[in-house]
Design a protein around this ligand. Structure first.
Ligand SMILES: C[S@@+](CC[C@H](N)C(=O)[O-])C[C@H]1O[C@@H](n2cnc3c(N)ncnc32)[C@H](O)[C@@H]1O
Length: 311
């Protein structure tokens, strides 16, 4: 299988990885393995643990495994990161670097059968791996207010009510079967100006459904906290996010753990007094991709990279 994913901000990610010692590293979002491959080629790696909830990642991992024996793959959700390590032979290891490159890979988006993209007609699936439900079930069975709340909260879609109303109207005639039908309903629900916008009118709704199907925000909240406990002293947590809800979770967590006890949005739960200061923020502001990267890989345009160090 050909890896279609172009890694985002790989040079920036690599620039934080220590070069002067042998390190343990977790690539918590292995995807097509481009990060892991580049890291194995350029750094002195003791063990590299790869995690991805999508079984297709195993195919890319097996390719890499032909060349490197000090690597291991877990086909699991990263919220289980602590159990995976404690039930493995790495139980007594601490990690110098843990990387999250969030969201979906091009291997997932570009496969119409996975239903992630409004550009290609496909079933309303959107599951990254095993999830309790898929997008079809949400779109065809959730009540109007629940649907509208999901679109508003997870997609930050201003027209959520109108879109939810139109989804309900359509599905009473026949179930909404595929990404194209859904995308057409969204387009018809929006004012003309939105349809002419640079970003596709279905972007926010598709984002909301994907986040809900894969429980992405909870996954991230749980995984960040667990990862911190797996880090060695001076170990680095490197996180690349692609939308503001994820970035806010990372920013808030880093701020709290480094002593700035405030939250970036009043809509987020107050993390309270989280006890001792355990992290130092390395990137005062998030790094963004350079123009040449955005031009050659438009999918990188919303990326933000943040790094914190365990103290
Ligand atoms: C942007 S891609 C990573 C690309 C990777 N860095 C590369 O170079 O190919 C994100 C990957 O994270 C995986 N993923 C997202 N959420 C996950 C979770 N909660 N647990 C495990 N894997 C997850 C997705 O399945 C996807 O393969």
């Amino acid at each position: 299988m050909i890896n279609r994913h172009v890694p985002v901000m790989i040079n920036e990610v690599k620039s934080f990885i220590p070069i002067n010692k042998k390190i343990n590293l977790i690539d918590a979002t292995f995807g097509g393995g481009s990060y892991s491959k580049a890291i194995l080629e350029e750094f002195n790696i003791k063990n590299l643990i790869a995690i991805d909830r999508d079984p297709i990642s195993k195919i890319f991992f097996n390719e890499l495994r032909k060349k490197y024996k000090n690597i291991e793959f877990f086909n699991q959700k990263f919220s289980k990161i602590d159990e995976l390590i404690s039930n493995s032979k790495y139980l007594n290891e601490k990690f110098d670097v843990i990387i999250f490159d969030l969201g979906v890979s091009s291997n997932q988006i570009d496969n119409a059968k996975r239903g992630f993209s409004f550009q290609n007609e496909g079933p309303l699936d959107m599951k990254m791996g095993s999830s309790k439900l898929n997008a079809y079930e949400i779109v065809n069975s959730f009540d109007e207010s629940k649907l509208s709340n999901i679109l508003f909260e997870l997609g930050e879609e201003k027209h959520s009510r109108r879109i939810a109303k139109n989804i309900i109207k359509k599905r009473t005639i026949k179930p909404i079967d595929n990404t194209k039908e859904l995308s057409d309903i969204i387009k018809k629900s929006l004012p003309f100006n939105n349809v002419k916008n640079k970003i596709h009118p279905a972007t926010k709704v598709f984002q909301a459904l994907r986040i809900y199907v894969n429980d992405e925000l909870n996954e991230l909240k749980i995984a960040i906290e667990k990862s911190e406990s797996l880090l060695a002293q001076n170990g680095l947590l490197i996180i690349v996010s692609f939308q503001s809800l994820e970035d806010r979770i990372v920013k808030d967590y880093f701020n709290h753990k480094s002593g700035k006890r405030w939250r970036s949005s009043r809509h987020l739960p107050d993390l309270g007094d989280l006890g001792p200061i355990t992290l130092k923020i390395i990137t005062k502001k998030p790094l963004r991709p350079k123009d040449f990267e955005i031009n050659s890989n438009p999918r990188s345009r919303s990326a933000k990279l943040r790094v914190a160090q365990k103290i």
